[in-house]
Design a binder for this molecule. Structure first.
Ligand code: NAP
Length: 498
């Protein structure tokens, strides 16, 4: 048997929840763990798995180890460390602390670095909970973000993370700790606007449906509200949100065509919209899924009488008249076509949704992924439009223009039609070639771009006429201005357009 290389000793300051979970994980990874506590006592009293851990004073712990984890709260750093500054000279100190508010100017790790100027401070592990640290199969990401000014120190912490079964991700300099510390504070970043947008659209459609089916006419009964009626705003919202997933890429195309360059920042509303496309697509898929279940539940002549053929069973009468019983039999073309288009749209949407799973995405190259997300996405939108047209067209033909314009099928198709129309226009070879040229870096006129960019810069940030004004500006503004001044070829948008 080949003996394993002995692993180094690791110190942990603090004996709280995180410290104990970390100690267990390190022991399982083969490390010797020394815990430095204000009140050294046997941890085996607290945790039987930690009977092999040495518990000592903070000073003894730091002296013995090359790497120390600070498992104490950020507020206690000064109290705990100020008199031991020299002890940490040349040691790698891992800051795992979190805080309750997003750090603006200085992260906990940068603060720690100012307290221990001779140590190699590395940010890491703060995104892993004590529970996930202790339970290998706990939910949540197993990615550990690492940042620090010293490359070797960072590398040591990355190796530790990998040995413990985590995926280490190097975020570069200690300054990145600001982002790393704000990461666990976020709850589903990027979902707020798409969800609010969807709720808004759903409410608009729901109110309209209540108005036309319950107030203006009495087509439905209130007890049909939950499935029969609710299914309508649900599918209208689904198709609207799905169309809105693809519409911003046409706006981006138009924007680039108008300015004749790709080296120009999109307006912030368009940037946000482009960045929300994944969320919008996922919400649309969820709504379509629910719509499909509800539609299958009510797929009967009782609910959808216009989808089925009417016929009459005649029973010959022997005294007076025949007895006639009207019944619905097979589906008419409207029902069959709507079903087919709906099924095709649903299947295509499932493929698109599957392609966003990281395990599937990894197997696709850029062109394949783009094909599924863009081309197949527009084909899905086309099938969805056909599904609605099949349901609405017979009514439009009968009802005349005014009733057509007021029908829910017509109204719900406006945005999808615009989206598909824009896509067709921008796909025409004469326009597409031009757009592709621009996306490869070609510009209509460099001076035109410069002029427009400088106008944009003037309104984008602030124009400082004297250095005093500049000194008074906020850090964020300064960073924006500096990056704009440094960028000689205009601000470049980096949101990919699929
Ligand atoms: P905890 O259970 O409250 O433990 C904190 C430890 O700090 C105490 O057990 C204490 O150990 C030590 N300490 C040193 N100086 C102290 C002082 N002046 N006052 C009070 N305690 C002092 O906290 P925790 O949950 O383990 O969290 C520790 C750190 O990990 C925090 O910075 C937290 O943000 C971070 N973190 C925690 C989690 C989590 O899931 N718990 C996840 C990510 C990051 P001694 O008595 O032995 O000195």
């Amino acid at each position: 048997m080949i003996p394993c290389e002995p692993k180094s000793q690791v110190g942990i300051i603090g004996s709280g929840n995180f410290a104990r979970a970390l100690a267990k994980r390190l022991i399982n990874a083969g490390y010797d763990v020394i815990i430095g506590s204000r009140r050294p006592r046997s941890l085996s009293e607290v945790d039987s798995c930690l009977c092999n851990v040495t518990v000592t004073s903070l000073e003894d712990c730091v002296k013995q180890v090359p790497i120390v984890f600070l498992a104490i709260h950020f507020e206690n750093y000064k109290d705990c460390l100020s008199s031991h500054e020299d002890l940490f000279t040349g040691k790698v100190v891992v800051d795992i602390s979190n805080r309750l508010k997003v750090p603006k100017h200085r992260s906990n790790a940068e603060y720690l670095s100012s307290l221990l100027p001779n140590a190699y401070v590395v940010k890491g592990f703060n995104v892993i909970s004590a529970y996930a640290m202790e339970n290998e199969f706990a939910g949540g990401s197993h990615e550990v973000f690492v940042a620090g000014d010293d490359l070797m120190a960072r590398e040591k912490v990355c190796v530790l993370a990998r040995d413990m079964g985590f995926v280490a991700s190097d975020w570069g300099l200690l300054q990145s700790a600001r982002k790393i510390e704000s990461y666990p504070l976020k709850i589903f970043p990027g979902w707020k606007i798409p969800i609010l947008f969807t709720i808004g659209i759903f409410n608009v459609w729901l109110l309209y449906i209540i108005f036309i089916y319950f107030v203006k006419t009495t087509a439905y009964r209130w007890d049909q509200l939950f499935v029969k009626v609710l299914n309508k705003p649900l599918c209208m919202t689904a198709i609207t949100v799905f169309a809105c997933t693809y519409l911003p890429s046409s706006f981006a195309c138009g924007f680039q065509l108008y300015y004749g360059t790709k080296h120009m920042q999109f307006p912030s509303w368009l940037n946000k919209w482009l960045l929300s496309r994944k969320q919008l697509g996922m919400i649309a898929f969820l709504l379509v899924f629910v719509h499909a279940i509800m539609s299958v539940l009510i797929l009967s002549p009782t609910y959808l009488s216009s989808w089925f053929q009417s016929t009459t069973i005649v029973i010959p009468g022997n005294r007076t008249d025949d007895i006639k019983i009207p019944i619905k039999t097979w589906m008419v073309w409207k029902g069959e076509a709507a079903c087919l288009m709906g099924i095709l749209a649903f299947v295509c949407m499932c493929i698109i949704a599957l392609s966003t799973l990281p395990s599937v995405t990894r197997t696709l190259n850029w062109r394949e992924w783009r094909f599924v997300q863009s081309q197949l996405g527009h084909v899905t939108l086309f099938f969805s439009i056909c599904h609605v047209v099949a349901m609405g067209a017979p009514g439009w033909a009968k009802g005349g223009p005014i009733k057509t314009v007021q029908s829910i099928t017509f109204l719900s198709l406006i945005i999808p039609f615009i989206t598909l129309f824009c896509k067709i226009v921008f796909s025409l070879p004469c326009i597409d070639n031009y757009v592709q040229k621009i996306r490869q870096g070609w510009e209509t006129s460099y001076s035109k771009c410069r002029a427009k960019c400088s106008q944009k810069h003037a309104t984008f940030g602030k124009v400082y006429s004297n250095p005093q004004d500049k000194d008074n500006s906020s850090e964020e503004d300064m960073m924006m201005i500096d990056s704009q001044e440094n960028d000689r070829s205009c601000a470049c948008q980096n949101t990919s357009i699929v």
